[in-house]
Ligand binder design. Structure first.
Ligand SMILES: CC(C)(COP(=O)(O)OP(=O)(O)OC[C@H]1O[C@@H](n2cnc3c(N)ncnc32)[C@H](O)[C@@H]1OP(=O)(O)O)[C@@H](O)C(=O)NCCC(=O)NCCS
Length: 171
């Protein structure tokens, strides 16, 4: 287990792990008859928010959706599970990774299919909405450690992009 530097006592990655499940219905579809991407985005934000709140022990707001990839369509009747965990923590922010899988309604014995992957940044906030310190996440497995390091890469890219755009606008 690796302890990353910050002040309050940390929590292991498994502490924040949470799964939401639901069956997709006819109200969830787009014009093509498959599930609307926005429905999955809301589902992803909900499960990520639950993981962030659990890890940080209080209110956390979505600061950004870093990436969301829809890899396979979801159909009406599919049982969809969204698995989330806190991958990385900064001072007040957390990266939450979400994996969404579908059990096909017409082939329930098959392995669930990965339908989406997302990375979101949440910020712990106090009652006034100001950022508050969040406890560090403690990686438990080699996979957690890989996710932690990849979250750092995404953060570095995000910050570099912001700096480059600011420099461009100032030029
Ligand atoms: C998220 C929010 C609390 C950040 O407040 P802020 O005063 O800009 O915060 P700071 O600049 O001090 O940054 C605080 C942390 O948030 C991170 N952060 C801020 N904006 C971010 C962004 N767009 N993307 C990723 N991280 C961000 C910073 O990197 C910092 O992380 P760290 O403390 O771990 O280093 C504020 O922008 C907010 O309330 N936004 C609205 C959130 C909301 O309502 N979401 C629901 C969608 S309707």
């Amino acid at each position: 287990m690796t302890e990353h530097p910050t002040t309050p006592a940390g929590k292991p990655t498994s502490y924040s792990r949470v799964t939401l499940s639901r069956i997709m219905t006819a109200v969830d579809v787009n014009l093509y008859g498959t599930v609307h991407g926005g429905v999955l985005m809301k589902f992803v934000d909900d499960v990520a928010g639950a993981a962030a709140a659990r890890h940080s022990g209080g209110t956390a707001v979505t600061a950004s959706i870093d990436e969301i990839v829809f890899s396979e369509p979801v159909r009406v009747g599919d049982l969809v599970h969204a698995h989330a965990q806190v991958n990385w923590t900064g001072n007040t922010s957390m990266e939450v990774g979400v994996k969404v899988v579908a059990e096909r309604w017409d082939s329930a014995e098959d392995e669930p299919v990965r339908v989406a992957t997302a990375y979101l940044v949440f910020v712990g906030v106090d009652v006034g909405g100001a950022p508050r310190a969040v406890r560090p996440v403690l990686t438990e497995t080699a996979e957690d450690e890989r996710r932690y390091k990849e979250a750092e890469i995404r953060r570095a890219h995000r910050l570099a992009k912001r700096r480059a755009i600011q420099a461009h606008r100032a030029s």
